[in-house]
Design a protein around this ligand. Sequence first.
Ligand code: NAD
Length: 452
Amino acid sequence: MIPVINPATEEVIGSIADSDAAAVDAAVSAAEAALGPWSALSPPERAGYLRALADEFEKRSDEISELVTRQNGTPISITRAMQSQVPVCYRYFASLAEKLSVEERVETASGDAIVLREPVGVVGAITPWNGPQPLIAWKLGPALAAGCTAVIKPAPETSLDAFVFEEIVAAAGIPSGVVNIVTGGRETGAALVAHPGVRKVAFTGSTAAGKAIAAECATQLKRVTLELGGKSAGILLDDVDLEAFRPLVLSACAPNTGQTCRALTRVLAPASRYDEVVDMLAATMSGIPQGDPLDPGVFFGPLVNAAQRDRVESYIELGRAEGARRVIGGGRPFDRGYYVAPTIFADVTNDMRIAREEIFGPVLTVLRYRTEDEAVAIANDSEYGLGGGVFSPDRDRATAVARRIVTGSVGVNTSTLPIETPFGGVKNSGIGRELGPQSVDAYLEYKTIFRA
Ligand code: NAD
């Protein structure tokens, strides 16, 4: 068994099975058995089940939110906002299923052909702890729409909510075996990836784990989608309206106590306004309440576990050693819980490790640029390419800069990610895209029947 610990109190609040290869095999067998009948349903029939899933999820959204916050320390107002997106997501995938064309006639030089789009098979979905239910929805939604069945392996830190999700799936009337859950850690995930019955892996998590998964998938030529880490740049153009940017600081730069893959943790400020930007960020970040994540007025919580807290603290130490100027934060604000005070480093240069490596905590680095070309060059000088942001009252000017950033997605004057468009990364941030209309394609195979 693996204990589940509340990171705000350090108390054990439950435990989950550390599933072995036999348990993984049983889950994959159940998914294989359910594949034929599920894929035989028409896409609109599957859409009906996705809509029922959305309805049932809504009924238990509050319960799930509280459970997630108790497990990962995400402030409850943020958890609720994230859970409220889950039914929206399942309904979106239902609408895609309703429009899904699974058969097309093509006239050929030698006759004609029928081009079929068939489900890829059993999907292994592996998720991290920072957004457990939304990240399941991003994978399960298109998988079910396409006619695939799935085995989900949630992160060990956030598996208790997966048990509630199991009940939601049953309440939605989804046939037994279509959605299966196995709990456990890295070994359980590795057993799922290596199982020959799994024909596609959809993974969100660290770049290191993503590379190990890609290597295993290569040996069996499995389809794989990887949503990995990031070190995204938020470029404030020299005409930026800092009062307009201020309300976005939390959601754009340090959502979920900085534990968000697409957070803009490198803030690029024009040299002409550098001090003004640093002062605004310091005042804003230090004014955001930190404390009990179940308090709806709190927007910075603890980090997810002791290891993550230690890792973030080691980066704060590194920042000092590298010569960056610590403007705020750096300490432990409470005696209990895995808290780190929100921290800002100024005078950061892009060769410093705190500017290059993903810290995954409430730590911002503020870099100086002189020209727009230099800002773009700094933004692109990264091994990652997941998110990005450009801020300016001149939308067209900001959009022109956004076009030049090598990344998977960029927000212009916003941090709200639309579910109707593709999301994913380039370089070490991953392979493939989730969300958007094309996301269902990743769960389909083409088959051609060509005829004389
Ligand atoms: P992690 O990679 O350690 O674990 C993620 C999941 O994968 C967990 O369920 C874990 O048990 C499992 N796992 C770990 N190693 C595995 C392996 N070799 N084979 C199979 N399964 C394995 O990541 P984490 O620490 O839980 O999450 C934080 C990381 O996730 C950060 O780097 C963050 O940037 C990234 N992340 C990315 C996105 C995105 O959309 N790109 C979203 C959220 C988090």
